[in-house]
Design a protein around this ligand. Structure first.
Ligand code: P6P
Length: 343
């Protein structure tokens, strides 16, 4: 494959395929540069004194790592002056961040989890940045939280960076999924996987098994069948992976297939799930669907869910099409079973 940089790919998307306007191209360039800066901070680790937790906690009730706050600041500083954005929202900030009046306002909203999987920082396991881009609804110039509350199908771009053995950037602008690898010497992201396609079948599932006793019946059914292997109803053996960094698990699924699940569980029955809809589930679901996979809550397509709050959580089942379809069927059969009056 001839060497195509992220910049060249985005220019071609804008000029030849007309899939993105210049403003969105420039925004994505800035986000990719911010991810390079975050990668540098992550790679330094203990040498730069960036490991360990900060004194603060976030709205999620989670202790913040120092690198969570560093990554958040890098993204805010990089993106606030470009003139492409009206506002930003982050897992690490209680409310949205409106572009300061000293800078020009743009038409896009940028949402991100600045450092996903940050509990892995101190143990040197892959972590990453997840981002989603929406258009600010037309109307008043003032920004409100309601502007962000759009279903995931309205995203105009989505992607993530993985800070692992390689630093990769995975991106969709609605025209398939492209994977770029950071060439550290040149300092640029280079296209290394074009139009990624997820295998429709898999023998690999990703779930935190320690939560098994809390799961809903369809998830227990699905996992028990996987564990039964070739002697069981699936008549094939399964492997399990759980990195506890969604970016790493999704990268594996985009590369070789698989199913990732963080379902609702009864520890917090009034909470739909652990993962956040707007800046984790939605961008990952768009990438998965653009690569030929599926992403569901168990009951409905994630990208159809209309958000009611900025930090809303959601149940996530995504990956290889035929496996996700099976899990959704098990939810349907459970509904039909319980819906049938018990004789
Ligand atoms: P658990 C990281 O905190 C995260 O949001 C996802 O990246 C990851 O898949 C999940 O939570 C891990 O959760 O409960 O296994 O630590």
């Amino acid at each position: 494959m001839s060497r195509i940089s992220l910049t060249r790919y985005l220019v071609e998307e804008q000029r030849q395929r007309g899939s993105i306007p210049a403003d969105l191209r420039l925004l994505l360039e800035v986000v990719s540069r911010a991810c390079k800066a975050i990668a540098n901070a992550v790679n330094k680790g203990a040498l730069a004194g960036v490991l360990g937790s900060a004194e603060s906690g976030n709205i999620q009730g989670e202790k913040q790592q120092k690198l969570d706050l560093i990554a958040n600041e890098v993204l805010l500083d990089a993106n606030e002056l470009g003139g492409n954005l009206a506002a930003m929202a982050s897992e690490e900030m209680d409310s949205f961040y409106e572009i300061p009046h000293r800078y020009p306002m743009g038409e896009y909203l940028l949402l991100f989890d600045p450092l996903d999987g940050s509990s892995n920082v101190d143990v040197n396991v892959s972590i990453g940045t997840i981002f989603s881009v929406l258009k600010k609804p037309l109307g008043s110039d003032a920004v409100s939280e309601a502007d962000f509350l759009q279903s995931g199908q309205h995203q105009v771009a989505a992607g993530y960076a993985v800070y692992g053995p390689q630093t990769t950037l995975v991106l969709t602008v609605g025209n398939g999924v492209q994977c770029f690898t950071l060439d550290r010497e040149a300092g640029s992201f280079v296209l290394t996987q074009k139009n990624v396609r997820i295998p429709e079948d898999t023998q690999e599932f990703a779930i935190n098994m320690s939560n098994m006793r809390h799961w809903d019946q369809p998830i227990k059914r699905y996992i028990n069948e996987c564990l039964a292997g070739e002697e069981g109803p699936r008549q094939k053996n399964f492997n399990m992976r759980w990195v506890a960094s969604m970016v790493a698990d999704v990268q594996r699924i985009l590369t070789r297939g698989g199913i990732f699940m963080y379902p609702w569980d009864k520890r917090t029955p009034d909470r739909a799930g652990k993962l956040r809809l707007l800046y984790e589930a939605n961008p990952m679901s768009l990438l998965i669907e653009q690569a030929g996979g599926l992403a569901t809550t168990g009951q409905e397509r994630i990208l159809d869910v209309v958000p009611h709050a900025l930090h809303q959580r959601i149940s996530v089942i995504l990956g290889s099409k035929n496996e996700v379809t099976r899990v959704a069927r098990y939810y349907k059969e459970k509904e039909n079973t319980y819906a049938t009056p018990q004789i």
